[in-house]
Design a protein around this ligand. Structure first.
Ligand code: ATP
Ligand code: MG
Length: 471
C-alpha cells in the first residue's frame, strides 16, 4: 500500500484561475491525467492538464489570450492545456484516432484514456457547488494504492487502437514502480510487435525517457519480455541468449542491463554514458567466433551510431556514445609507461577519457567484478598527473604550426603538412621535452630531405632506409 490521499489534491494558482473561470460560467472542469496521478503519489507534477465540457470556441471566448494547439482542439491558456471532453473513433493507423467528437460527459473522456492511473480527474461537474473532488470511474486510485498498472477497459482493444500505449505502459511501470496487471501484460505481449507501426522518432522519444530513469533496466526488461524491444531496438534484443562467462546465469543481454544500470547510478551520469552502457557490446553477436569477439568495439560503435540516429538521438550525444564504444576495450597495465598513458589520452581524446573510465567501471560492475578493478583508479590518477603537467596532446599544442613547416621547407602547401604535423605530435606525445620550435623544425628539415619523404620535390622517391617515412 502506498500513501495516497485525495484530500490533499489541488492545482497551482494559474491552473486554479482557469478552473474557477470555467466553474463560474457553469462549465464542468477538471484537472486530469499525469498531474493528478503524480500528486496523489507525492511526486512533483510537471504539468496540469484540464478537461472541460466547454468547446474550443467557447474556451477562446472565455480566454481571449488562449490559442489552439494541434488538431484535436486543445487550447493553450498561458501554458495550461485545456481540452474539451471527447470521444475517439477508429484508429486505422494504430496510433491516432481518425475522428474525435466533443462530449459533455467526463466519464466518456476518462474511458478513452490509456491506464486507470491516468484516468483520474479532480474538479467539479457543470453547475456543481461545494469543494472540488476526485472522479475515478475506473478504479485508478485503488490501482495507485496497490501499485498496479491496468489498461482502461479491454486491454487488447486499447493497444490495438494505439500501440504507443504499450511503450507508455512500460515507461509508467518502470517510472512508478508498478506491477503490470496480468491481463494487461498478456495484451501488451500479444501486441508487443505492433510497435513497428510507430515512427522511429516516436519510439526514440519513449526510449530516451526510459534511459533517463534511475534504473532503466526495469523498462528495457519489460520491453524485452513483451517482444517490443525486438522491434524498437533489435540490436539489444539480439543479445538475448549470447553466452557470457561473467556472472553465472547471465547472458549478454543481462550484462548490458547491469552495465547500463551501473552507469545510470553514477553521480556523474550523462545520456551518452548510459547509452554506451546499454550499447557497448552490441557488436558482439555479429563478431562472435570461437568464444571471441574480435573487433566488436569498432563494429558496435558503428551499429550504435546507426541505431541512435534512427531514434533521433541528438547528434553530439550520438558522436560521444560512438566514441565511447569504439574505445571501451582498452587494457591498462601498471607497466604502462607515462608515454603509453599519453598515447592512450591522444587516441581517446582528453574530453572523453573521464566518461570512458566511468564506462569501464560500469562494465566491471556489469561483469560481477568490483567497479575499480582493472586498474581504473590508478589509470585515472596517472591521467590526472599528465593533464596537470599540461602535456601536448593535440596539434594546437605543438610549438610549430603548418605555416612554420611551409617556411622551413620552402615547399607549397599540400597534404604532407598534415602528415608531418601528426608525426611531430606523435614524437612530442612520446617525449614532451621535444616540444620546442628548434627541435621540431630540425625534425622537419631532416624528414623532408630523407629518402621517401612525403614532401614533394624535396627528395628522390626511394623506399627503405632507417628514417624512411614510407608506410
Ligand atoms: P507524463 O506527462 O508524465 O509522461 P502523462 O500521463 O501526463 O504522463 P501525457 O502525455 O502528458 O502523459 O498525457 C496526459 C494524459 O492524456 C494522460 O495521463 C492520459 O490520461 C492521456 N493520454 C495521453 N496519451 C494517451 C494515449 N496514447 N492514449 C490514451 N490516453 C492518453
Ligand atoms: Mg503529462
Amino acid at each position: 500500500m502506498r500513501p495516497v490521499d485525495p484530500t490533499t489534491l489541488g492545482v497551482p494558482d494559474d491552473a486554479r484561475q482557469v478552473l474557477d473561470t470555467l466553474w463560474r460560467h457553469g462549465h464542468a472542469a477538471y484537472a486530469v491525467g499525469g498531474g493528478v496521478r503524480d500528486q496523489l503519489i507525492g511526486r512533483a507534477a510537471h504539468d496540469v492538464d484540464i478537461a472541460t465540457d466547454a468547446t474550443p470556441d467557447r474556451l477562446l471566448t472565455l480566454f481571449p489570450d488562449g490559442h489552439l494547439l494541434g488538431v484535436y482542439g486543445t487550447v493553450d491558456i498561458d501554458g495550461i492545456q485545456v481540452t474539451t471532453f471527447r470521444r475517439d473513433h477508429r484508429y486505422a493507423d494504430h496510433r491516432r484516432p481518425d475522428e474525435v467528437t466533443w462530449s459533455l460527459d467526463l466519464a466518456e473522456d476518462l474511458a478513452r484514456r490509456d491506464f486507470t492511473i491516468n484516468a483520474l480527474a479532480w474538479g467539479r461537474a457543470a453547475g456543481e457547488t461545494g469543494p472540488p473532488h476526485l472522479v475515478d470511474p475506473t478504479g485508478g486510485l485503488e490501482d495507485l494504492r496497490s501499485g498496479v498498472l491496468r489498461a482502461v477497459g479491454d486491454p487488447d482493444a486499447r493497444f490495438d487502437e494505439d500501440v504507443l500505449r504499450i511503450l507508455r505502459g512500460a515507461r509508467f511501470a518502470a517510472t512508478l514502480d508498478l506491477e503490470v496487471d496480468p491481463p494487461t501484460l498478456a495484451a501488451m505481449t500479444r501486441h508487443g510487435g505492433d510497435v513497428a507501426y510507430l515512427s522511429t522518432e516516436r519510439i526514440g522519444q519513449e526510449l530516451h525517457r526510459m534511459l533517463d530513469l534511475p534504473r532503466p533496466s526495469d523498462a528495457f526488461r519489460l520491453l524485452m519480455a513483451i517482444g517490443a524491444l525486438a522491434v524498437a531496438l533489435p540490436e539489444v534484443a539480439d543479445q538475448r541468449g549470447v553466452t557470457q562467462a561473467k556472472i553465472p546465469g547471465d547472458d549478454l543481454f543481462d550484462h548490458s542491463m547491469r552495465t547500463m544500470d551501473a552507469a545510470a547510478a553514477m553521480p556523474e551520469r550523462s545520456p551518452e554514458l548510459v547509452m554506451a552502457g546499454l550499447l557497448h557490446d552490441i557488436g558482439k553477436p555479429a563478431t562472435a567466433a570461437g568464444g571471441r569477439y574480435l573487433g566488436h568495439a569498432e563494429v558496435g560503435a558503428r551499429m550504435a551510431r546507426e541505431a541512435l540516429r534512427r531514434l533521433h538521438t541528438p547528434t553530439p550525444v550520438v558522436a560521444r556514445t560512438e566514441r565511447l564504444i569504439a574505445h571501451h576495450m582498452f587494457q591498462y597495465r601498471s607497466s604502462w609507461t607515462d608515454a603509453a598513458v599519453r598515447r592512450f589520452l591522444r587516441r581517446t581524446g582528453a574530453d572523453l577519457v573521464d566518461d570512458l573510465l566511468r564506462l569501464r567501471q560500469a562494465d566491471n560492475t556489469g561483469s560481477g567484478v568490483p567497479a575499480d578493478a582493472t586498474g581504473v583508479v590508478e589509470l585515472r590518477e596517472r591521467i590526472r598527473g599528465q593533464l596537470a603537467a599540461g602535456v601536448p596532446l593535440e596539434l594546437g599544442a605543438l610549438a610549430v604550426d603548418g605555416r612554420d613547416l611551409l617556411e622551413a621547407t620552402g615547399r607549397p602547401a599540400g597534404p604532407w603538412v598534415g602528415v608531418l604535423l601528426e608525426r611531430l605530435l606523435g614524437s612530442v606525445v612520446n617525449d614532451p621535452e621535444r616540444n620546442r620550435r628548434d627541435v621540431l623544425l630540425g625534425d622537419v628539415r631532416r624528414w623532408a630531405a630523407a629518402p621517401g619523404s612525403p614532401v614533394p620535390g624535396m627528395a628522390a622517391p626511394h623506399q627503405g632506409g632507417p628514417d624512411s617515412l614510407a608506410p
